[in-house]
Design a protein around this ligand. Sequence first.
Ligand code: SF4
Ligand code: SF4
Length: 458
Amino acid sequence: MRRIFAHLVHAFSFNDCGNFRYYIFDVESGSLMEADYSAFLCAKNRYSVEFTSNEKNAFAVLSAAELREANEELDSLEADGLLNTPPVITSYKKPIGALKALCLHTCHDCNMSCDYCFASDGTYGSVEREVMSVSVMKRSIDFLIENSKFIKNLEIDFFGGEPLLHLDNVKEAVAYARAREKETGKKFSFTLTTNCLALNGETAKYLADEMQNVVLSIDGRRCVHERVRHSKSGDSYTAILKNAQQFRALRGDKNYYVRGTFTNKNLDFSEDVKFLSENGFDQISVEPVVLPKNHPLAITETHIEAINKEYERLATLVLTERRNGHFFNFFHFMADLTGGPCVHKRLNGCGAGCDYLAVAPNGTLAPCHRFTGNPDFVLGNVFDGISDTKSVREKFTDTLLSKPHCADCFAKYNCGGGCAANSFEFSGSTSGQYKTGCEFQKKRTELALGINACLTGN
Ligand code: SF4
Ligand code: SF4
């Protein structure tokens, strides 16, 4: 008889502040088990997880008794339905029926000029700096209501460029949406992303009161900011940090997060997370920049090892701080060990092109903000409706179940199958692979599982 392992199991080690722990992760059920070293090695061997050379040597010298005991343990976990479990769903495409969310490009204009900006200083490549008029904003809200069908809770993201340059328009749009809620029974949730330069006084108060989420774009330490982010007024960092801190205090318990970017100039980005956590922020996301390989700030495959080592340092920092009673949440290290993966949610991912679209200042529709300005991804406009003559939306319905590179990936339910914009940029297809990003995702998944297992004692 030959044993056939059709399903996915991963085994990995985790450095718990100098003390190595060993885990076996059942991908489909989300079960995570701490193992002794022998069982960990046997799991790697049994489920074809790549050995390091040290592990290979250690596995080769396990005694017959150690092998038997470890394999019996793995057999028993399989029999209990905790290991090598089959997938719940094997085929799924995202629906493109109803719309749930719109990203409004309030303006293609910015009061900053950042060397890594995907939107070319907020202009999205256009010669003219554009502003979304109040009438386009109102029409976008009506368009979302009309296309939302059975969905009650709708989302509007005020994006830019820099939305605070035209806050009066945002205020009128919010008031209009609130009035339409009463007539339609729909409920709007608003998010605004800002670089914080104009986030003070009445502006801060308005956002704190009216937005359901606010994204503060700050990269961390002054030296990091000043190397890549510039403003016409010279020193922007002092105002940005002060404004963001004051807003954080004003915000209380309501949702917000700091969204930083790191480039190849600050591969020690755990220092930026540390800086942010020491300066009053407890919800932090710092992301690797996504730029073409030849850009001077680009992160490429040559940086993978250094960045993954830095994520390990960050994991140690998070664990040490939590154990010392100082909480901050690093978004990529979040993992729910109790509920297992919510498969439908993970499969739907960001929803770009399906239940989520972006609206340019002139009302043109795109699958998400990263595709705005690309003529191959135009999906009509908010006045005449969706006219998807090139079947663009169909390209966004693929999920990790239909992407061959995701099939054997242990991180798939934590990842959701990757970002279509990154895939397009690096492979030429919205369903292709951004390999460098996958390496980071896999590392962060191991660390998230390890951190949460250590903190819960599971
Ligand atoms: S990490 Fe890469 S291979 Fe794995 S699920 Fe995400 S996109 Fe797919
Ligand atoms: S495709 Fe990528 S950039 Fe666009 S909304 Fe999805 S995750 Fe974000």
